[in-house]
Design a protein around this ligand. Structure first.
Ligand code: FE2
Length: 235
């Protein structure tokens, strides 16, 4: 089924314009952190031979999350931003091209994960480490450019309602791609990836109360077990 996109709508009145996009930094910090950790995880799992399956599943999950994050941006941001700020067309073109480049790198990651999982020898380990390291580099540059050149223009030309609708769309398509249990476990990675003040703000202002409760009752325990399977230690 084709997912319904948030309406691009007509141009809002001047009094409605202005929004806060800082919530997306939480997502960006998470991807930066996960890809920074990835080469070490791959090499560590290969050395002890016990965690290969867990790390392979983790990398595939992170790739699904990143793919859907970019899909949501492709579906909700570029067209509307270009129509509001035609001068952004060059930057928007660069963002689209970077998404395509990272999508190709994620395909290479999938191939490298499959080879490594079936035979985690030195060659497969080095190949996968290099692939995730390269994604981390390309992604870091891309996210930084979005933060400097794209989000300020959105804050200047979109309403809060429009930005929130784009965020809700992103959550909806990711929610369909990952089981609830996996989403709950990865909430732990989201929390662990933030500087302390951002983590407190996210827990206080963004995390809905039922999810906060679900995390405390069930998620923390699942996340500790997940970390144990990845790192050989729950902390
Ligand atoms: Fe992006």
């Amino acid at each position: 089924m084709v997912e319904k996109l948030p309406s691009t709508g007509s141009r809002p009145s001047a009094s409605e314009i202005g929004c806060d996009t800082s919530d997306v930094l939480v997502i960006h910090n998470t991807f930066r952190h996960l890809y920074r950790e990835a080469p070490r995880l791959v090499r560590g799992a290969s050395e002890d031979g016990m965690r290969t399956a867990a790390v392979a599943t983790h990398l595939s999950t992170v790739a699904v999350m990143l793919h859907h994050h970019h899909q949501a941006e492709d579906d909700t941001i570029w067209h509307k931003l270009e129509s509001r700020v035609p001068a952004c067309a060059v930057h928007v073109g660069q963002m689209k091209a970077q998404h395509r480049q990272i999508a190709q790198m994620l395909d290479r990651q999938d191939d490298a994960v499959a080879s490594w999982q079936s035979s985690p020898d030195h060659q497969a380990t080095e190949r996968l480490s290099e692939v995730v390291n390269a994604i981390g580099g390309a992604l870091g540059a891309h996210l930084g450019q979005e933060e400097e050149q794209i989000f300020p223009e959105i804050e200047r030309t979109w309403t809060q309602k429009e930005w929130d609708a784009a965020g809700a769309y992103a959550q909806k398509i990711l929610g369909k791609a990952l089981p609830v249990r996996t989403q709950l476990i990865y909430l732990g990675h989201v929390l662990d990836s933030q500087p302390p003040e951002m983590r407190r703000k996210f827990q206080r202002e963004v995390l809905p109360a039922p999810l906060k409760l679900f995390w405390l009752v069930r998620g923390q325990r699942l996340y500790r077990a997940h970390r144990l399977s990845l790192y050989g230690s729950p902390t």
